[in-house]
Design a protein around this ligand. Structure first.
Ligand code: ADP
Ligand code: ZN
Ligand code: ZN
Length: 717
């Protein structure tokens, strides 16, 4: 006689293990895939997600425990979402739960107290206000709110927006031509009005169906407030959900649930928003698609841009990728016809792109890091009532503290890096009366801090000085050079204080600040009307980094910061101080010629056998010693090339995959741990993935003491 196999729920849990856990289903509770459940876990209880229901389990029936209870009032996760998660877990070779659970706000997936303050999901539902509070928090008084209805279905144009320029109209027509799934690469110069194109396009999708939802992804949290404000103005009647990781828990839960239940029509968010289950999803926009921030840096290393494309493909939806400097992966796909290219060549305001000039550093006399032509240009801009932006992508006071007698440098004891000298408090007075207590040494990698030593720890010399220049020191230099200027600095140190970044930006918009100094944070998304001069103090470091993507990143950053200039005023300029004025990156910038730059980079990559012409995965190892880390990788490599995997790899597959030698990572030591990496590549993506699966299974079974991680499509090598 055979006993029928019991029905089991395969449950994903938020534990650092890649597998699913089997639980028996009670006869009177037919839980299904996508249900949120409470399960026993050791002596405690946990919230889990039913990934699938199956007949029978690998475990003997007597070891199966019963599902405890459903999680009250949580929506069942829809099939299309489970499908996306399953795809992502396969593609990134991570656990289903590792991808699925962090995507859902913690507040909504905690075990409910036996008697408590009510149901988390119900409270989150009641809290949602359509995004109004968010918009109010960032809307300056006196701004014009939208007055007419959000969407005029006859014209298909949202309220309060300017009529499209001919270029925008042509772009819209091209986007409209797609039926079903299509990826469009919207390549538009800075200030060309890409955001306006998104709005018009999305408005039509929203007008077409009262249940339609649209998803707009941006790379950084800092970009969400101003975009949320623009959306509230343009679509005042459509509920908005904002999703990013820096929201108060209750707020985040409220917005996520509104998105998941289809109540929010517009969903704006950072990378995690791509994993929100949107029942009415009709269109996806990925703004600044080239930005590396779309790649998740911990846990499951997914790319939100790539998952957005997969999502569009799986649900048959159009996807727009927008950028002034597309990633070479996207550009290559578009050139080969996989994506459609839509181009905006002119600025929406009609003003020309700024003139870009190289200012040679060789032989120049510098004052506070600036050349004479730059100082003159800043003076002229300020005198003429315009604003200038000085860009230096290095925060702190000085990158390293040095002893002039013995050569001691302020190394971090835990990392393969220098501790950076930071000034504490306000800029120093002109006479350097203040002692070393005004400064601290901070490691930007592990965060460790120390006081500035009074004497050199090695030789006792008292003459210690900061080498080089960060934004804090540059700010001091600028106030010495331009005593009348009203200076505003923006970098991550400033932004640490809540609201401080926004107040610098507001001051710049209001004209209370006329000289801006800062890092990348100033480069992205801002539209300062009075800005006519951008100065790049020193970008050369980006030219010679070991990573083959360094020139691409540098070009994108400089295009972006240059794009801040003259969006509303003609005769604007960008000055780039450099030791290598003949470098092709700068030549392409001067010509505003992304296409030439991309063609040249792609030719180099093809020749060198680099992405997008090959596909890569990176195995990283963290261990006590460098020997342990590289030793682990060498063993892993041996397994792959000899095919000792689970199951063993066929000869043909082994031949299709190249495993490079293990090497130390660029930051070879971090927080006291040694780090090494090993690259695996293949010309065929399916071959790469077919090899990775059995290989990782063997590595997991090996149970090494070394911590390791696989990154598919790594961006930093
Ligand atoms: P991008 O995202 O391409 O950098 P934005 O969409 O932010 O550009 O637009 C840049 C500026 O041009 C904004 O100030 C915007 O209000 C303005 N703008 C965009 N489209 C138009 C238009 N059709 N008519 C007038 N101004 C426009
Ligand atoms: Zn010394
Ligand atoms: Zn450190």
């Amino acid at each position: 006689m055979t006993v029928p196999d019991p029905l089991v729920a395969r449950v994903a849990l938020d534990v650092p293990l890649p597998e699913l856990f089997d639980y028996r289903l009670a006869a009177d509770w037919p839980a299904a895939a996508g249900d949120w459940v409470v399960v026993p876990w050791g002596r405690s209880r946990r919230v889990g997600l039913v990934a699938a229901v199956a007949e029978g389990s690998g475990l003997p029936p007597e070891r199966l425990r019963l599902l405890d209870a459903p999680l009250p009032e949580m929506p069942r996760m829809p099939g299309h979402w489970l499908d996306l998660i399953a795809f992502g877990a396969r593609y990134y070779h991570c656990g289903f739960g590792e991808l699925a659970l962090p995507a859902v706000p913690k507040l909504l997936r905690t075990v409910p107290p036996a008697r408590g303050r009510g149901v988390a999901a119900r409270r989150a539902r009641d809290r949602y206000d359509g995004g109004d509070a968010l918009a109010r928090a960032v809307t300056p008084t006196g701004s014009s709110g939208g007055v007419t209805s959000a969407v005029d279905p006859t014209a298909g144009t949202p309220a309060a927006g300017p009529p499209p320029t001919p270029g925008q109209a042509a772009a819209l027509e091209a986007l409209e031509s797609a039926v079903g799934h299509r990826v469009h690469l919207l390549h538009g110069v800075t200030g060309s009005g890409k955001t306006e194109v998104y709005f018009h396009w999305l408005a039509r999708r929203l007008a077409a169906d009262p249940a339609a939802q649209v998803l707009l992804l941006v790379p950084e949290i800092a970009l969400t407030p101003q975009l949320a404000r623009r959306i509230r103005q343009r679509f005042p009647e459509l509920p908005l959900a904002v999703l990013h990781s820096d929201m108060p828990d209750a707020e985040r839960a409220a917005h996520w649930l509104a998105a998941a239940e289809g109540r929010a029509r517009i969903v704006l968010g950072t990378r995690l928003a791509v994993l929100a289950p949107l029942p009415g999803l009709a269109a996806i926009v990925v703004d600044e698609e080239h930005d590396a921030s779309f790649k998740q840096q911990e846990g499951a290393r997914y790319s939100a841009r790539d998952l957005a494309i997969a999502l569009g493909a799986r649900r048959g939806l159009p996807v727009v990728l927008g950028s002034a400097t597309p990633s070479l992966e996207s550009w290559h796909a578009a050139r080969r016809g996989r994506y459609a290219i839509v181009t905006l060549r002119e600025r929406a305001s009609g003003t020309p792109l700024p003139e870009v000039r190289r200012v040679p550093l060789k032989g120049a006399v510098l004052r506070h890091g600036l050349t004479e032509p730059v100082i003159e240009a800043v003076r002229t801009a300020l005198a003429g009532g315009s604003q200038a932006l000085i860009f230096l992508n290095r925060r702190g006071y000085a990158p390293v503290l040095a002893c002039s007698a013995c050569g001691w440098l302020s190394r971090c004891g835990q990392c393969d890096a220098y501790r950076v000298m930071h000034r504490v408090g306000a800029p120093a007075p002109p006479e350097p009366s203040a002692g070393p207590s005004r400064y601290r040494l901070v490691c930007h990698h592990c965060g460790s801090e120390q006081r500035v030593p009074r004497v050199c720890p090695d030789c006792g010399n008292v003459d210690l000085a900061g080498l080089g220049r960060g934004t804090q020191r540059l700010e001091e230099g600028l106030s010495a050079l331009f005593p009348g200027a009203r200076i505003g600095r923006l970098d991550r140190d400033v932004a640490r204080r809540r609201g401080a970044a926004q107040s610098v930006i507001d001051a710049a918009h209001a004209g209370d600040v006329n000289l801006l100094v800062g890092t990348q944070m100033l480069a992205k998304g801002h539209d300062f009307r009075r800005l006519t001069l951008v100065v790049v103090v020193d970008a050369d470091a980006g030219l010679f980094a070991a990573d083959f993507r360094a020139p691409e990143r540098l070009f994108a950053t400089l295009m972006q910061v240059a794009g801040r200039a003259g969006r509303h005023r003609p005769d604007s300029r960008v000055l780039i101080q450099t030791r290598y004025p003949d470098h092709p990156v700068y030549a392409a910038l001067v010509a505003h010629d992304f296409e030439r730059f991309a063609a040249q980079q792609l030719a180099e990559r093809e020749q060198a056998g680099l992405p997008p012409f090959v596909h890569q995965a990176l195995l990283t190892a963290h261990a006590r010693s460098a020997e342990a880390a590289t030793g682990f990788l060498a063993e892993a490599r041996e397994r792959l090339v000899t095919g000792q995997t689970e199951p063993p790899l066929e000869e043909a597959l082994r031949a299709a995959v190249v495993a490079c030698d293990p090497v130390p990572m660029p930051l070879a030591q971090l927080r006291g741990e040694a780090r090494a990496q090993m690259l695996v590549e293949a010309a065929s993506r399916p071959a790469l993935h077919a090899a990775l699966g059995p290989w990782l299974a063997a590595l997991r079974a090996g149970r090494s003491a070394v911590r390791w991680q696989l990154v598919v499509d790594p961006l930093e090598i």
